[in-house]
Design a protein. Sequence first.
Length: 143
Amino acid sequence: MKYYLFLDESGDHGLKTIDKVFPIFLLCGILISEENYKLIRNEINQIKTEFWNNMNVIFHSRDIRKCNNEFQILFDLETKNKFYEAINNLVEKHQYDIIAASINKTEFIKKYGKLENDVYEISLSFILERQFFAWTTLVIVTN
């Protein structure tokens, strides 16, 4: 079976300068089978068509939260409730794995120093390692 891993990050991955207000780097992934990906993609496109009559809308969390750009329609509370209900239903009923790695860069430097590898590479390695162990555990359990 074929799987997809979609990744997104929050925070700066460099170790040269650290934002004292947000010294965290987070890398988060969603691992999904090809079959479930197609189901979710179709449902997302249905939601986009229902609310915007356009499948090119990009679901960017900041725009959704702030009701920016296309998401200005969410200022209407009835529309907002319907939209969130549709998204919540989608998230609840489909199968996928969420894998995340976060690094407090200030604490990381105290413990390991400023390494050549940036925290993005380290986080990605952790995510791939965790998923590999989950799969091997799953194989062992099902045999």
